[in-house]
Design a protein around this ligand. Structure first.
Ligand code: TAP
Length: 453
């Protein structure tokens, strides 16, 4: 094991150290998880539910500490971090209603009875990125545990602290040892082992499309089940008949929340040509008003980027030839800051309009009519989310059906609710998380025929 230092991205100061797992310890943890799976699957559904509710209560009691830890480790604003810890609690509470509701079917057959069962898979490996360490962990582990699986979870190397704390809270809540283990370490060591270890029966991966493709290819060797939540380049489509004031006022939050480090960021704003200039004028004060600064301050709306390396990558998207319409502000001094930035690409094929930047840069592009808006929105390999601003209900529904994305919002940018399904079309992912069927993604359907003659 090696000791790794965690850095506060707002101050560049060390926050904590942690022990990074090597292969031997990873294998030992997976073996313990496999052993624990034998008894966890037999815990009565009502008892499993009760234990998950106790886990939710432990998270709730620790909410402020978890949130403060995320502010220090990830630079998330304190308001966001509280929401994120609350989301883990809510997902656990919601999934606690699932063990007793994993219903099978009884199917009419001749000569007997045919019934189906939802069987747990065994050990589930959850691999989490650095941009939303708490919610993304919860979306994987809560339904997996509810369905009777044990979980090994690998947080991102940059942001392991809240996951490590959740690994303590699960024991305080009284769940049996080894049912949920947190294994901090490198993706190439711990994450890869989830892919190659035969006892891990499913991998839930959230991260870049590039790594997701490798994970899927690796899992194919064992025909291992996989859920992928990958990148995005989502469109915010503003039609001329929309409430332009509301569309402009909310567009910054739709892309700059979490400093744009959000797979659902509406990083392309497509505006109907007749209102393009008006929209840009309305957007400017909203962008300049974004409060960027110390994420621990209650009033801060945007914090720093996660690392110096990532800040440099983001900055690389604004080249000398790029037309910058306007920018917001950011603090000087230590911290990995980048201001909210609005760019006007020369064409829809410019890098800023096609690649996932994962930072606070938004590209604004014009379109002529509904058909062109849909074509532009779909001119990407991604398909995660998007927004449609219009007062015409028929158009809202037509465009929602035509855009190749998993999560669309009309006159809103909200894409995530723990009780509705979430996931991507095309290269934004495979499978769905959250929603009423969340636990089913962690089961196999077994069909049993019982002869009565
Ligand atoms: P990645 O570099 O892909 O890393 C994600 C996780 O995978 C990290 O824990 C990483 O470990 C691990 N990993 C890296 N290489 C691996 C390998 N070869 N085998 C197994 N695991 C490996 O992504 P990122 O930069 O952290 O996250 C940003 C990306 O995630 C963006 O593209 C974003 O859109 C996407 N994202 C998608 C969603 C949804 S729900 N669709 C949500 C959030 C983020 P290390 O920490 O050691 O690198």
């Amino acid at each position: 094991m090696t000791t790794v230092q965690v850095i506060n991205p707002a101050t560049e100061q060390p926050v904590a150290t942690f022990e990074s797992m090597d292969l031997e310890r990873t294998d030992a943890a997976i073996a313990r998880a496999a052993a624990a799976a034998v008894s966890w699957r037999d815990v009565a559904p009502g008892d499993r539910a009760r234990l998950l509710r106790r886990f939710a209560a432990a998270v709730d009691a620790d909410l402020e500490q978890l949130a403060r830890l995320e502010v220090a480790n990830s630079g998330h604003t304190i308001g966001n971090a509280r929401w994120e810890a609350g989301n883990v609690r809510d997902v656990l509470d919601y999934c606690a209603g699932m063990p007793e509701r994993l219903l099978g079917s009884q199917i009419p057959v001749a000569g007997g009875v045919d019934i189906t069962f939802c069987e747990p898979l065994g050990v589930v490996g959850v691999i989490v990125p650095w941009n939303f360490p708490m919610p993304i962990a919860g979306w994987g582990f809560a339904p997996a545990l509810a369905a009777g699986n044990t979980v090994v979870l690998k947080p991102a190397e940059l942001t392991p602290l809240t996951a490590i704390r959740l690994g303590e809270l699960v024991l305080e809540a009284g769940l049996p040892h080894d049912v949920f283990q947190v294994l901090p370490g490198k993706g190439s060591v711990v994450g890869q082992r989830f892919v190659t270890h035969p006892a891990v029966r499913k991998v839930v991966f959230t991260g870049s499309t590039e790594v997701g493709r490798e994970i899927m290819a690796g899992c194919a060797r064992q025909v291992k089940r996989v859920t992928l939540e990958l990148g995005g380049k989502s469109a915010n489509i503003v039609f001329a008949d929309a409430d332009l004031q509301a569309a402009a006022a909310t567009a910054p939050a739709g892309v700059f929340d979490n400093a744009g480090q959000d797979c659902c960021a509406r990083s392309r704003i497509l505006v109907q040509r007749g209102v393009f200039d008006t929209f840009l004028e309305l957007l400017e004060p909203a962008v300049r008003a974004v409060r960027v600064g110390d994420p621990a301050e209650e009033s801060t709306e945007m914090g720093p980027l996660i690392s110096a390396e990532h800040r440099d990558r983001v900055a690389g998207f604004v080249e000398d030839s790029t037309t910058v319409a306007y920018t917001g502000t950011n603090p000087s001094g230590p911290g990995f800051w980048y201001p909210p930035t609005v760019v006007l690409p020369d064409s829809a094929s410019d890098r800023v309009a096609t690649e996932e930047i994962f930072g606070p840069i938004v590209a604004v592009l014009p379109f002529e009519d509904e058909a062109e808006a849909i074509a532009l929105a779909n001119a990407t390999d991604y398909g995660l989310s998007g927004s449609i601003w219009t007062r015409d209900v028929g158009r809202a529904l037509r465009v929602s059906r035509a855009v190749e994305s998993g999560n669309l919002s009309v006159n809103s940018h909200a894409s995530v609710r723990y009780w509705t399904p979430f996931g991507g079309f095309k290269q934004s992912g495979l499978g769905r998380e959250l929603g009423p069927d969340a636990a089913r993604a962690f089961t196999e359907t077994k069909n049993v025929f019982i002869a009565t003659e």
